[in-house]
Design a protein around this ligand. Structure first.
Ligand code: FE2
Length: 370
């Protein structure tokens, strides 16, 4: 073989390898972008650790969050030979240094490199800092390849690609969560102010929210869907703001006219919040939370599965709390009586599937008292 041919073949081999590495990196990034979007920070960290351990075939992977105030990194997610309670402190010369320098760090043989008793890996370690837009979020740590091989430059490149993408997505999810928490606190304050002016409904919203979220979880709702249900429950009676106080506080049975006034509250609530594009699904839940499953006594003419799920869950949670609370014109039912009544109305006023989930939840909380 001529020397020229050998050089050409080697060049070609190198180009093919580089191309396949780039392809691997790109397809991984594409996959991450697809899967991580819309996830909560907790879900993202779990997914990223799983992706890292599979892609680089290591025994251990851990994602740590930086607690700047206390100068430490704490474990957020992990797989393999790690522990949920592991905290990496400032003195750590590998993981902490990678976070401080904002650069990846790799050791193929810790013993030879002078780390005789390093506790976070047996033989080799690769650490990539998680660099968000505004701050360092933490670190992604991989230790000990299954085949005992060392970490190559391509591994570092791949893990950096995962870490960079993960950091930005986690940072966004945390910011979103912060905003959402702020929104929920503001809503809670608003609802408390509303309830403070009505002597019959104190604590109603918080209790309904607790029931609704538990029913939702029992029905398999999670993440954003469960959060939406929580906001919907917190706001479900916001329309009562427009109902005259003397009707809400009346110590006697309501007249037909007053009843009519109160029955407007789902629609008024939906109108008040209708301008918030972000609350579109929440508004639908509020608007239809007094519809009947069989359409029999619906305020707005919906029935069955045309009624949004949030509203169907709210209907059960709201009615259960109303039955279990004193009203000026009747004593409250006992828990067992209220449960019987909800069961009796399954298929008429309430979605039977929601009632089933409610019964399952309440049977698991025998000491529960409204
Ligand atoms: Fe209501």
């Amino acid at each position: 073989m001529s020397p020229d041919r050998t050089v050409l073949e080697k060049d070609l081999e190198l180009t093919v390898r580089e191309l396949s590495e780039t392809y691997e990196e790109l397809s991984l990034l594409y996959k991450l972008t697809e899967t991580l979007s819309g996830m909560s920070a907790d879900e993202i960290t779990e997914q990223v650790v799983g992706e890292a351990i599979n892609t680089l075939d290591v025994k251990t992977a851990a994602l740590l969050f930086l607690d700047e105030e206390n100068g430490r990194l704490y474990t957020k997610s992990f797989r393999g030979r790690w522990d949920a309670g592991i905290v990496v402190s400032k003195g750590d010369e590998i993981i902490w240094n990678a976070v401080q320098s904002r650069k990846p760090v790799a050791f193929c043989n810790l013993y030879d490199a002078g780390f005789r008793n390093y506790s976070h890996a047996e033989r080799s370690i690769l650490v990539c800092p998680l660099k968000g837009k505004s701050r360092t979020i933490g670190a992604l740590v991989l230790a000990d390849k299954e085949n005992q091989e060392e970490f190559y430059s391509n591994d570092i490149k791949l893990l950096m690609a995962i870490a960079n993408h993960a950091a930005l997505t986690i940072e966004n999810a945390l910011l979103y969560k912060e905003l959402e928490d702020f929104l929920i606190s503001a809503i809670r304050a608003l609802v408390k102010a509303l309830e403070a002016s009505s002597r019959w409904t104190a604590g109603h919203t918080e209790r309904v929210t607790e029931y609704a979220v538990n029913i939702g979880a029992m029905m398999g709702l999670s993440g954003k869907n469960l959060e939406r249900l929580r906001i919907c429950s917190l706001l479900h009676d916001i329309g009562k703001i427009a109902v005259p106080r003397e009707i809400l506080n009346k110590n006697d049975v309501l007249t037909e006219e007053e009843e009519k006034e109160i029955r407007r509250h789902p629609l008024i609530g939906a109108e008040i919040l209708g301008g918030f594009a972000q609350l579109r699904d929440v508004v639908q839940g509020i608007k239809y939370h007094h519809e009947w499953w069989d359409g029999g006594n619906s305020l707005l003419g919906l029935k069955g599965e045309d009624i949004p799920l949030c509203a169907r869950i709210l209907a059960v949670a709201d009615s259960f709390d109303a039955m279990s609370s004193d009203r000026p014109y009747r004593r409250k039912k006992t828990q067992d009586e209220a449960i019987d009544e909800i069961n009796r109305l399954a298929g008429r006023q309430f979605d039977p599937t929601v009632v089933e989930a409610f019964m399952k939840w309440i049977s698991q909380h025998p000491t529960f008292s409204p």
